[in-house]
Write a protein that binds this ligand. Structure first.
Ligand code: MUC
Ligand code: MG
Length: 373
């Protein structure tokens, strides 16, 4: 039997509306843009991947347009004609010729895993060694920018039994205003919910030291990326003084960043994101570094659509500990899905598919409707 080969890679930029504006420190989202990858193999199997960022170039160094161009121009020629079933060899070929570009890599690694899972009749979680959980608890982000709207939204999510962990996006205005906003939401929700904040790098070290104290006093459980990503020592100093644990997010742009942060004692919690490590296998390398260093884990998102969300979920399902749960709610922020079989959220959890590959089937009509031309 001849080995199946990779025949082609096709990238599509898909723009989907959000259910409401989503306000982060650096950008307000009115829609989300997904890069969908279709990797076709000589045995007729297609693997699907996704690379998604937030706000063009506002969040990270890759934009949807650069991801598409780089996959089309640089990744595809390296992969076409290569064995489709050897993911180690395919990713090593990319490692030898491509620097950085972890978002684009993540789409490629995801599509290879999806194809191989379909080929072997195994869900991606099983391909990665096997799931130790069937569902993942999912946080919701309150980011309307308005305190009473956010409280109403949180109450609705509790009533629906969809979320009982809330992450508040702060950092775009004066810290005192943000702290009052967060404290009001925590007061309203009390012990019924875990309230956390994401500052998206907006504060200086000096502001962070005072603000983290106030947030801890207000009952906040976790503080994500309060200061700019690059200064490991400053992160360690803020972390040492904060009453609530600090989580590294933007600080991790590669597996090597995870190692440096762990070595520098910069944060007791890591946000894991497939896009920022280079795929579902790559993110597990960061997770294992954290585990070995006694750092707790959180399953993060770049607000991917259903493909990227389920790719993350399969990887996170294999981890022995995921102390801070996940925020894999990306599909719920969008008014439309490009899958026939949309992800299942029930009883505060995202259910991890049990069918081969990622367990996704593209809805061709919707894909065409929302695909950028
Ligand atoms: C981020 O910075 O964590 C994740 C959830 C959300 O609302 O924004 C993202 C990005
Ligand atoms: Mg974050």
């Amino acid at each position: 039997m001849s080995l199946p080969l990779i025949e082609s890679l096709e990238t599509l930029i898909v723009d989907l509306p959000t259910i409401r504006p989503h306000k982060l420190a650096m950008h307000t989202m009115q829609h989300q843009t997904l890069v969908i990858l279709r990797l076709r193999c000589s045995d007729g199997i297609e693997g699907v991947g996704e690379a998604t960022t937030i706000g063009g170039l506002a969040y990270a160094g890759e934009s949807p347009e650069s991801i598409k161009t780089n996959i089309d121009t640089y990744f595809a020629p390296l992969l076409v004609g290569q064995p489709a079933g050897n993911i180690n060899a395919a990713m090593l070929r990319i490692d030898r010729s491509v620097r950085a570009n972890t978002f684009a890599r993540s789409a490629v690694e995801t599509a290879l895993l999806d194809a191989q899972g379909k080929r072997l009749g195994l869900p991606v979680a099983e391909l990665l060694g096997g799931r130790v959980r069937d569902g993942l608890e999912v946080a919701w982000t309150l980011a309307s920018g308005d305190t009473s709207k956010d409280i109403d939204e949180a109450e609705r999510m509790l009533d629906l039994r969809r979320h009982r962990i809330f992450k508040l996006k702060i950092g775009s205005r004066d810290a005192a205003l943000d702290i009052a906003h967060v404290a009001a939401i925590k007061r309203a929700l009390g012990e019924r919910a875990s309230v956390r904040v994401d500052v998206n790098q907006a504060w200086s070290e000096a502001v962070a030291i005072r603000a983290c104290q106030a947030l801890g006093d207000a009952g906040v459980d976790l503080i994500e990326q309060p200061i700019p990503r690059q200064d490991v020592q400053a992160q360690a100093r803020v972390s040492a003084r904060s009453p609530a644990p600090i989580m590294a997010d933007e600080a991790i742009e590669s597996v090597e960043d995870s190692f440096n942060l762990a070595r520098g004692g910069a944060a007791p919690v890591f946000a894991l994101k497939i896009a920022k490590n280079g795929g579902p296998r790559a993110v597990l390398r960061s997770a294992y570094i954290a585990e070995a260093a006694g750092i707790a884990l959180y399953g993060g998102t770049m607000l991917e659509g259903s493909v990227g969300t389920l790719a993350s979920a399969h990887a996170f399902a294999t981890l022995s500990k995921l102390e801070w749960h996940t925020e894999l709610f990306g599909p719920l922020l969008l008014t439309e899905d490009i899958l026939v079989n949309v992800p299942v959220y029930r009883d505060f959890e995202l259910k991890i598919p049990t069918t081969p590959g990622l367990g996704v089937e593209l809805d061709e009509e919707r894909l065409q409707r929302f695909c950028r031309r």
